[in-house]
Design a protein around this ligand. Sequence first.
Ligand SMILES: [Zn+2]
Length: 90
Amino acid sequence: MIKALIGILVSILAVTFLRAVMTLLVKGAKEAMQPEPEKAAGNAPPESGTRLRKCKTCGTFAPETRMLRHSTRETDVFYCSKDCEKQAAA
Ligand SMILES: [Zn+2]
């Protein structure tokens, strides 16, 4: 009878311990996967892998994804806005 009680107690302790370890592991993994926004904003560029391009009309630099692209045979031309695009065409 006492043996059975000890067995139950040990298994309860083991489960509690394992749960604590799992919680810590999950928490640690989450923190590793999602770094704090403040840190990320300071160190890494906002859009990694995005190149800065110069507007042909006004010379403003902006990420390629936000620019209007005009592909020619030789090269790609970028404009920061519709206005600059119009000015270049005029
Ligand atoms: Zn421009």
